[in-house]
Write a protein that binds this ligand. Structure first.
Ligand code: OGA
Ligand code: MN
Length: 281
């Protein structure tokens, strides 16, 4: 038996209580977390005291760690990506609706993000539920999406042509532009059957999806833009306010996220570990 509590949020996600992630988790405890992750695609933990070593250990329980090719690692911990904004930076990482790693043939399962240094206020993260967003679509839209494939790319985000780079801010936060430029674009179904929940889930996003396979840019935009607007309605969204000791663990195949950039002049530092995923279809 496990004493862990799972309290669903108003929007997507569930808050997990009565657990210390840095401690030894029994198989029963872990099974509760696995079920909650499959059900909600998004878990929040509070008041955790977790070292980088324990962060790595917890992540490895879920699968192999995906070492991000583009992010600067935390010093001494190549498995951990540094997601930070300095007081002098004006842009932030993840400051628009997106899901990570959709540009990979086998997209990462998700990430475990630990708050390390927070601004006095602001810096919340919003999450949107792509199964709920799909479910709420009108039937004729669902029919239209059936069988469509979307093309995903990382070049315009992490490559030499990145719009981020023009800003200058993020130059030292990302690297490996050559690798991004030579990555092959990949295709994924617009709607996937989620590998853990079995739910039909919208799997396109405004950051990495560059179009519908075989369609013109105009045709693609006409389909995708209204979908993106639909998906971020309040009823599909949870806004998470970080506190010292907070951790969020999201499923890239079930959710989008958006890091708010409303704390100019202050520092925010997060540690992210990404866990490998599986083939999706
Ligand atoms: C990320 C990201 C959100 C945040 O790490 O992939 O988008 O709130 N971060 O920092
Ligand atoms: Mn992200």
């Amino acid at each position: 038996m496990s004493a862990i509590t799972v309290t669903p949020c108003n929007g997507p996600g569930a808050e997990i209580g009565n657990v210390e992630l840095a401690a030894e988790l029994s198989d029963d405890d872990f099974a509760v977390l696995q079920q909650a992750f499959a059900d909600h695609g998004l878990l929040f933990f509070r008041d955790q005291d977790i070292s980088p070593e324990k962060h790595i250990e917890f992540a490895e329980r879920w699968g192999e760690i995906n070492v991000n090719r583009f992010f600067t690692p935390v010093e001494g911990y190549p498995q951990i990506a540094l997601v930070s904004k300095e007081p002098e930076d004006t842009t932030n990482i993840g400051g628009g609706w997106h899901t990570d790693h959709s540009y990979d043939e086998i997209p990462a399962l998700g990430s475990i993000l630990v708050a390390r240094e927070l601004p006095e206020s602001g810096g919340d993260t919003m999450f949107a539920d792509m199964a709920a967003a799909y479910e709420a679509l009108p039937d004729d839209t669902k029919e239209k999406l059936d069988g469509l494939e979307a093309v995903h790319s990382a070049k315009h985000i992490f490559g030499h042509q990145s719009a981020y780079k023009e800003d200058g801010d993020l130059n030292d936060r990302f690297g490996n532009e050559d690798a991004a430029d030579t990555l092959d674009d990949v295709t994924h179904p617009v709607v996937i059957t989620h590998p853990l929940s079995g739910k039909k889930t919208l799997y396109v996003n405004g950051a990495f999806t560059v179009g519908i396979k075989g369609w013109t840019p105009k045709e693609s935009a006409e389909l995708l833009m209204p979908l993106y607007q639909h998906a971020i309605q309040d009823e599909f969204v949870t806004r998470f306010q970080w506190k010292p000791g907070s951790i969020a663990f999201w499923d890239n195949r079930a959710t989008w996220h958006y890091a708010l950039n409303d704390y100019q002049g202050q520092k925010r530092t997060m540690h992210r570990i990404t866990v490998e995923g599986c083939v999706i279809h």
